[in-house]
Structures are given as structure tokens and as C-alpha cells.
Design a protein around this ligand. Structure first.
Ligand SMILES: NC(=O)C1=CN([C@@H]2O[C@H](COP(=O)(O)OP(=O)(O)OC[C@H]3O[C@@H](n4cnc5c(N)ncnc54)[C@H](OP(=O)(O)O)[C@@H]3O)[C@@H](O)[C@H]2O)C=CC1
Ligand SMILES: O=C(O)[C@@H]1CCC=N1
Length: 266
């Protein structure tokens, strides 16, 4: 199987990392506007540097890793090549906000398309990828895609009308949590902890808390109560977060990301 990545930036690159770890080895072709980026990644992954046209002509799965605003131009350029092939390939779009219908219009084709919403943790096997296949995607194509991406972390099907809301938390949330990690580390550094320890402790604690939330049936409110001793240290910190509008800020971040995703459609 041949798998091509057009656009090997933050997200395309992370998915290429995952594809390189697939239990069903595939030949990986990488193309990027700035070729040095594709070259560096190809060296790391044992992949081949290619170009958009070759990928469109030869690959079974064509990952489109460009910004949503660049997708129309890219697909218009690929359209003559893809229309000559007619079948035997799947377009995989990771672009925020672009619906299957919009992608079909841009490609000028009713070919198999997988609309996915991954996150950057796919690079280390701890990602979450939401996906919605177009009706043209066969069971075999979907199954091969899921195997190809199985080293990326969890893969979950989602109805298309929910994918923008899912994207606001699963796709964008990594940036919000990174800010939180940075702030936690800054707090600990202010209290005298060396920077490397502060960063590591914060990341390990967030990882562990997320695992506890996923693996136990506890509500997060119960998890919070279990850390807060009456009259103790944690509740003093919780009070400070509430004073700063922490929960409201986190909600607003997700809602703002969702609203911006909707704006990308227009
Ligand atoms: N970053 C994330 O966490 C997530 C991103 N996404 C989606 O992934 C897509 C890419 O985002 P992201 O990786 O962050 O963006 P980046 O800017 O990091 O990557 C985009 C890449 O596409 C390359 N590129 C642009 N035009 C072309 C072209 N015509 N041919 C080949 N390569 C091209 C760019 O090259 P150059 O090196 O020259 O800039 C760049 O490396 C977006 O659609 C976004 O919505 C989805 C989920 C999460
Ligand atoms: O910021 C963005 O537009 C992309 C989409 C989801 C996460 N990052």
C-alpha cells in the first residue's frame, strides 16, 4: 500500500509518524511546500520525499495536511490527476471545518473521502482521531485506514454534524492543556522548584489525572473532592482558580474554537 502526505507540518507530520509505526507496513511518500521539512521527516521515518502530483497519481491514501484556506487551491490543482484515476484512492482531509460536501465540491469529484479530526498526540501514540467516511469509502478501505492509523492512539467514528464540537475539545484542547501545563510549571518555579522538575511533574500529574478519569467511573467532581482535604492545601488552590474564573475561561476557550471552526466554512 502507498500512503502519501501532502503537507507535512504539525498535524500531517504527526500522522506520518503514526503511519510509520503501523503494524501493516506501507510505503510512505511525503510532499511539502518547503521541501526541507519533508526531507527531514522522510529521513527520520524512512519515507520517500515526493511531490503533490506523484502522490495524487500513485497513492492509495492521500492525506491532505494543508490549512483549510489552502485546500481549494490544492484540490483544484490535483483534480485533473484524480479524475483520470477515478477510483482506487481515498482522500483523507484533516482540515478543520471543511465538510465532506465542501471537500467534494473542491475536488470536483465524488470519490471516497475520509474527514478526520486528529490531534498532535498522534505522533506519540496517545492521540484521538475522530473520523467520518463519505458513503463512497468501502469497508475494506476504512478497515485498512484504521490499521494504518492504529499506532496513533484512539480512533472514534462520529456523526459529521458533531465533528466541529468534537474538534473544539479534542483537536484544539491540546493547546489549552499546554497552556495549563506551562502555568502549573511557572507556579512551581515561583515556589522554588527547578524548571525541568516543574515541567515533568506537571505533565505526569495531568497524564495520571486523565488516566484516572478515563479508567475509573468517577465523576471529575468526585476526583477533585478526593484531593481537597477539609481546611487543607488543595482547596486553597481551588479557591484561587475559581477566583480567576478558571472554569469559565476553559468553557469559553472551547466555545471560541467551535465558533471559529464554523466561521471557516463561510
Ligand atoms: N495542528 C493541529 O493540532 C491540528 C491541525 N489540523 C488540521 O491540519 C491541517 C494542517 O495544520 P497544521 O499542521 O497545524 O499546519 P502547518 O502549517 O504546520 O502545516 C501545513 C503544511 O502544509 C504545507 N503546505 C502548504 N501548502 C502546500 C501545498 N500546496 N503543497 C504541499 N504542502 C503544502 C506547509 O508547508 P510550509 O512548510 O511551506 O509552510 C506546511 O508544512 C489544517 O487543515 C488543520 O485544520 C487538524 C487537527 C489538529
Ligand atoms: O487551530 C487549528 O485551526 C487546528 C484545527 C484543530 C486544531 N488545530
Amino acid at each position: 500500500m502507498k500512503v502519501g502526505f501532502i503537507g507535512t507540518g504539525n498535524m500531517g507530520g504527526a500522522l506520518a509518524h503514526a503511519a510509520a509505526q503501523s503494524p501493516a507496513p506501507a510505503e510512505l511518500l511525503l510532499s511539502n511546500r518547503t521541501p526541507e521539512k519533508a526531507q527531514a521527516l522522510a529521513q527520520q521515518l524512512g519515507a520517500t520525499v515526493s511531490d503533490n502530483e506523484t502522490i495524487a497519481q500513485t497513492c492509495d491514501y492521500i492525506f491532505l495536511g494543508v490549512k483549510p484556506q489552502m485546500m481549494a487551491d490544492l484540490l483544484a490543482r490535483l483534480q485533473p490527476i484524480l479524475s483520470r484515476r477515478q477510483e482506487g484512492f481515498v482522500l483523507v482531509s484533516m482540515a478543520a471545518g471543511l465538510t465532506l460536501q465542501r471537500l467534494r465540491e473542491m475536488a470536483g469529484l465524488s470519490c471516497p473521502i475520509l474527514r478526520i479530526m486528529p490531534n498532535t498526540a498522534c505522533a506519540v501514540g496517545a492521540g484521538l482521531t475522530l473520523y467520518v467516511p463519505s458513503p463512497e469509502v468501502t469497508e475494506e478501505q476504512l478497515s485498512a485506514f484504521l490499521t494504518l492509523m492504529s499506532a496513533s492512539g484512539r480512533l472514534e467514528p462520529l456523526e459529521e454534524h458533531l465533528i466541529d464540537a468534537g474538534s473544539a475539545v479534542a483537536g484544539c484542547g491540546g493547546a489549552f492543556v499546554s497552556l495549563f501545563l506551562e502555568a502549573l510549571a511557572d507556579g512551581a518555579v515561583t515556589c522554588g522548584l527547578p524548571r525541568d522538575k516543574a515541567r515533568r511533574y506537571a505533565a505526569q500529574m495531568v497524564l495520571g489525572t486523565a488516566q484516572l478519569a478515563l479508567q475509573s467511573d468517577q465523576h471529575t467532581a468526585t476526583m477533585k473532592d478526593a484531593v481537597c482535604s477539609p481546611g487543607g492545601t488543595t482547596i486553597a488552590g481551588v479557591r484561587a482558580l475559581e477566583r480567576g474564573g478558571f472554569r469559565s475561561a476553559a468553557m469559553e476557550a472551547v466555545i471560541a474554537a467551535y465558533e471559529k471552526t464554523l466561521a471557516l466554512k463561510s
